[in-house]
Design a protein around this ligand. Sequence first.
Ligand SMILES: *Cc1c(COP(=O)(O)O)cnc(C)c1O
Length: 383
Amino acid sequence: MRATCVKIHLENLKNNIHQIQSILNKNTKICVPVKANAYGHGIIEIAKSVVSSGVDYLAVATVNEGIQLRESGIKCPILILSIPFIEEIPELVKQNLIPLVYEKEFIDTLDTAASKFHKKLEVHLKIDTGMGRIGCKPEDALDMAKLIDLKKNLELTGVCTHLAVSDSFSREDIEYTNKQISLFVTVTEDMKKQGINPGIRHCSASGGTLFYPDAHFDMVRPGLIVYGYFPTPDSKEKMNKKYPFFDLKPVMELKSKITGIKQITKGTSISYGRTWTAENDTWIATIPIGYGDGLSRSLSGKLSVTIKEKKYPVVGRICMDQCMIELGEDGNPEKHLISLFDEVTIFGPGKNMNTAVTLADALGTIPYEITTLIMPRVTRIYL
Ligand SMILES: *Cc1c(COP(=O)(O)O)cnc(C)c1O
């Protein structure tokens, strides 16, 4: 096996699920999004692990992801969070995946497809209360629910929305979120008054799950916190005011091993473009990881990695398959500190390690993108 790999700490995943369960009412269900290969962690193994921890629902973005789960033997309800293309509908019906619906034509098409399979297909109605992505207008929701109710081969088993700024603590954003939540309440209450059962009501991703207990309703859909990252730097403190013991542990660890160590003299340049030149005689290690593995080239000059709990800078440009680290005098074999094939951690849950958040901050992005970018050629090892 290659030296570069991702270790998936399933015990941390279980910890995070238990932490989330501990802040929910007994009856609140959990739906874990495992879209985009479970944010890069590996869809099948993550799905199996969270289901065994008592999670009720899974969510994916595409029908193909749903099929992958079904083919691996997963039986629980699976939500499709993005709108499928017409050609994907027969497979969706066959595999009992639950689409989000909000348009009349799409609802008609689904009903026809379900009738061909002699099935009653579960659907959840999506309402756009302010995200501006998918969903019907709140004022049209009741009519949509009535339309679904009339379809012989469809069954409304849930109503949902998505919050746009639930992880922000500015006054304006809190107001916006509360407005979204109250719109959602109004709409679902109207349905009940008209004798329509909205089924499972859900609207909270990680932010709503942590900070808006009023928005838990019947189910929450936390993703990021399941994988061990708080949505914002100050959110751990906020949580600990209310729940002193609440803690999340990163699930992913990106590792490699030293494949070469050499001494270089002052003035020697390292890597393409000669962007880095040694200011003193020093020791350089090469590791077999690069942007072909998902370690962004834009991290060149901005990244340190961990060897035996100590940080060392990546120097020069990150290449497609390799990059270089400056070890300084620690690389001198006479010191017996670092040797060939020693483990190098790019990010992970251990002592003095970066997390995906550190890398995200350096790149001006979010941790979701860091873990999702890890390429398929990097073997995932499940611990
Ligand atoms: C991805 C997604 C989530 C999970 O979001 P996190 O921020 O990772 O918690 C929840 N709901 C929907 C509709 C999503 O697309």
